[in-house]
Write a protein that binds this ligand. Structure first.
Ligand code: HEM
Length: 392
């Protein structure tokens, strides 16, 4: 797909979202039997009311007994009070203070990865830096060998590619994920067994001794949570870094402003998260009937909550299609909202900032390789490209 056509597709998506926000903000899709929420206020409402919009989408998705064990430690699917208990066990590992201590290691890894490409005159932002960095960081945090990262990348890519439809009741889609999920489960289970015998200074070891109301977590819960981190913690950050380069190279005036004042880096990253939100949407299931804008969504319905659309809602963001690295306020929903707000947000922001700063400082003439085919991720859950060649 050429740059022109990927741009045309992006513009068409934004047009489509703008129209539907205006005409049918609470939309039922006859084909997929899914409800959709598109406006900022409705997205925030849904994410703020877990008693009405439950995260337990497994409760209405056809069950695959072979992979039930995989969803045990998946906190994104939990409602209170289980969610609060589980989240409190792991949130200490991701506070901004703890994450800030990882900065020197992330900087060293970034420089190491960039040293390997400086001898060339071209690199692929995704392959050479955006994909390996978050995987190494999360592997080190969990305590699994970062040398296995090709394997982790393959798992993420396979699962993202399998989840190409926005219909989580699609049995074929779920079945296509099973072999990869099994392989990932087996791999992580070995580490859980190992750390129960010989604990180390890593997250898996800490989870093997953690307790919820006096009860230890079982292997499946630890494996499920570790898999979520391996997946959620890497592909989204990879996409964020790629999207940052896409946004900046699409807006040369923004890149010049940033080069002149690097203190704008954090707000530039927030604008990338708003403008090209890595997670396009998330899902909820209605626990009871709920009426929004005069439309009643019955109980036990799957609802797509469109984060990307909320982040382009003109009711919340003046001139939303303008990429403005000084935008203030910028209360985007790219990391979600409420009790499930992304645990890894401080880490993703830090990795994004360190990589962007290094790229801008080390490659003063960085630009996109022209006339190249850019390939978007096919999945409707994520907004990003699979490769992004640049030169200097
Ligand atoms: C939750 C986005 C990076 C771990 C979420 C949610 C979003 C999100 C939208 C909420 C989902 C929902 O409410 O249904 C992102 C984006 C990232 C990113 C855009 C990168 C730019 C990370 C990283 C980690 C991580 C680096 C871990 C190291 C999690 C976890 C949850 C979560 C564990 C579940 C929290 C809960 O259910 O309480 N993320 N994420 N994420 N994220 Fe992230």
């Amino acid at each position: 797909m050429s740059q022109a056509s990927i741009q045309a597709r992006w513009d068409a998506l934004l047009d489509q979202l703008r129209l539907i926000r205006e005409t049918e903000p609470v939309h039922y899709d006859e084909q997929t039997h899914l409800w959709n929420l598109y406006r900022y206020e409705d997205v925030v409402y849904a994410l703020s009311h877990p008693a009405i919009f439950s995260s337990d989408t497994n409760s209405i998705v056809p069950q695959q007994p072979e992979i039930n064990f995989m969803s045990k430690g998946d906190i994104t699917q939990m409602d209170p009070p289980r969610h609060r208990q589980f989240r409190s066990l792991i949130s200490q590992a991701f506070t901004p203070r703890v994450v800030e201590q990882m900065a020197p290691r992330i900087t060293a890894l970034t420089n190491q990865l960039l040293d390997a490409v400086t001898v060339r005159s071209e690199m692929d932002i995704i392959r050479d830096i955006a994909a390996p960095l978050p995987i190494i960081v999360i592997a080190e945090l969990l305590g699994v060998p970062s040398e296995d990262r090709e394997r982790f990348k393959r798992w993420s890519n396979t699962l993202i590619a399998s989840a190409s439809s926005i219909d989580p009741t699609d049995e074929k889609m779920i079945a296509s994920m099973i072999p990869t999920m099994r392989e990932m489960h087996e791999y992580l289970q070995n580490y859980v067994h190992d750390r129960r015998q010989q604990p180390r200074e890593d997250l898996i070891s800490r989870l093997t001794t953690a307790q919820i109301e006096g009860q230890m977590l079982d292997d499946d819960e630890i494996v499920g949570f570790a898999s979520l981190l391996l997946l959620a913690g890497n592909i989204t950050t990879t996409i964020l870094i790629g999207n940052a380069l896409l946004c900046l190279t699409d807006h040369p005036e923004a890149i010049a402003t940033l080069r002149a004042d690097m203190s704008l880096l954090p707000s530039a990253i927030e604008e990338v998260l708003r403008f090209r939100s890595p997670f396009t949407l998330t899902a909820r299931v209605t626990a009871s009937d709920i009426t929004l804008h005069g439309v009643t969504i019955p109980a036990r319905q799957l609802v797509n909550v469109w984060l990307l659309s909320a982040n382009h809602d003109e009711r919340q963001f003046p001139d939303p299609e303008h990429f403005d690295i000084r935008r203030e306020p910028n209360r985007h929903q790219a990391f979600g909202h409420g009790i499930h707000f992304c645990i890894g947000a401080p880490l993703a922001r830090l990795e994004g900032k360190i990589v962007l700063q290094a790229l801008l400082e080390r490659f003063p003439t960085l630009k996109r390789v022209p006339n190249i085919e850019l390939e978007p991720h096919e999945s409707s859950f994520v907004t990003g490209v699979r490769s992004l060649p640049v030169t200097w």
